[in-house]
Design a protein around this ligand. Sequence first.
Ligand SMILES: [Zn+2]
Length: 174
Amino acid sequence: MRMLLFTTIAALQFSCSNAQIKNKKNVKTMSEAQNNPAFSRNSQEKVDMKEEEWKKVLTPEQYYIARQKGTERPWTSKFEKFDEKGTYYCAACGNTLFQSNTKFESGCGWPSFFEPVNKKSLLYLPDNTLGMQRTEVQCGRCKAHLGHVFEDGPPPTGLRYCINGVILGFEKKG
Ligand SMILES: [Zn+2]
């Protein structure tokens, strides 16, 4: 078992450093993933990591959002006013979440999208905290808290995925 775990971690690290070489443009975003055994831009395998481990590999702000269901202050995300073409992924595990062509200006203060990349990208959970009935959105691979989804978005879905930018990574197209 220990041997298998070691092999898996080694394989994940290898695929990560491989991504760095292939994708020089994104070296900066990929560095978020340094020493993070969960991080992969192509694995579909579910991530089940202990809280102490997450604490080591995420920044304090990312840990607060992803693992403690925190919310970043509105209007503070670099992605809030950002319209480059590319792909948004989970900064905690690398899972692809949204394409830039589903991003829109919602005016709510957080990066907003009307559709995830696919159904499995996200998990949906009822959230009845703060006296509201909301639907929480988590990363489908590592269960990082991402934000909430509301039913007041634009066509074609009518949905507004209101996402904390702290937990997003971005890979430029091309
Ligand atoms: Zn994730």
